[in-house]
Unconditional design. Structure first.
Length: 239
């Protein structure tokens, strides 16, 4: 009788393990499905949030640059651009970096227009990068000139395309009106600056805005230099 009881207990235990394994497999499948849904939702929310934050300024900057320019701290401008585009970079799996070496310098600018131009360059860089790519937003000051650079590790730009990049309505994409880079050039020139592009076909691209800086503030210690770096890591999968 004891042997029969032991046999029955072993069979019950084996059945319990089988049921447990089946339930575990179903839970794993459900978890993977939920993880994908969360990633998709996070990506959609990030893109929607970034568009809502930057679109009004971008629309304003395409109309005209205001005559009543204000004093803008370069570091503040960089940080706002970085934080606006960061959700899109995270959702796309692209590493976003910011490097500021302007030591608290200021410039007179139409802030919304200039921010819109920088965001336009960042959005172009993001579209050029595959997951795992890298974008760097950098600023440096030499004498009375500011260099705002956006570089990416995308596929580069062919020479024949590069020659027409800043023409209004020129685009190589199925979407868009081809006004983005023309707007960037218009904003740069309205601020007394220029925009340039360097690109290695199949490798990388760098767009740079060169703008005049305001005179150094009297409260700034000219002998003290500092740099600020920020890095945004790509969105990690749920553990």
């Amino acid at each position: 009788m004891a042997q029969v009881s032991t046999l029955v207990s072993s069979q019950q235990l084996e059945q319990a393990f089988q049921l447990f394994n089946m339930a575990s497999a179903e839970l794993c499948l459900a978890y993977e499905d939920l993880r994908r849904q969360v990633q998709d939702l996070t990506r959609e929310l990030a893109l929607a949030n970034a568009k809502l934050r930057c679109r009004p300024d971008r629309l304003q900057s395409t109309r005209r640059v205001r005559a009543d320019c204000e004093q803008v701290r370069v570091e503040d401008l960089l940080r706002e651009a970085f934080e606006t585009i960061e959700p899109q970079a995270l959702a796309s799996g692209v590493l976003l970096e910011m490097r500021n070496e302007t030591a608290g310098r200021m410039l007179r600018a139409d802030r919304p227009a200039l921010l819109g131009a920088v965001l336009g360059l960042l959005e172009n860089a993001l579209q050029a990068c595959a997951p795992g790519g890298r974008i760097c937003l950098a600023a440096s000051a030499a004498d009375a000139e500011l260099a705002l650079c956006v570089s990416d590790t995308g596929a580069g730009i062919a020479p024949e395309v590069r020659a027409r990049l800043f023409e209004p309505f020129f685009t190589t994409r199925s979407e868009g009106a081809g006004l983005g880079l023309a707007m960037v050039r218009a904003v740069a020139e309205a601020h007394g600056g220029i925009v340039s592009v360097r690109s290695d076909s199949g490798a990388r691209s760098e767009f740079a805005l060169y703008l005049p800086l305001a005179a150094a503030a009297a409260t700034q210690a000219p002998t003290v230099a500092h740099s600020v770096q920020m890095t945004s890591l790509p969105l990690q999968t749920l553990a």
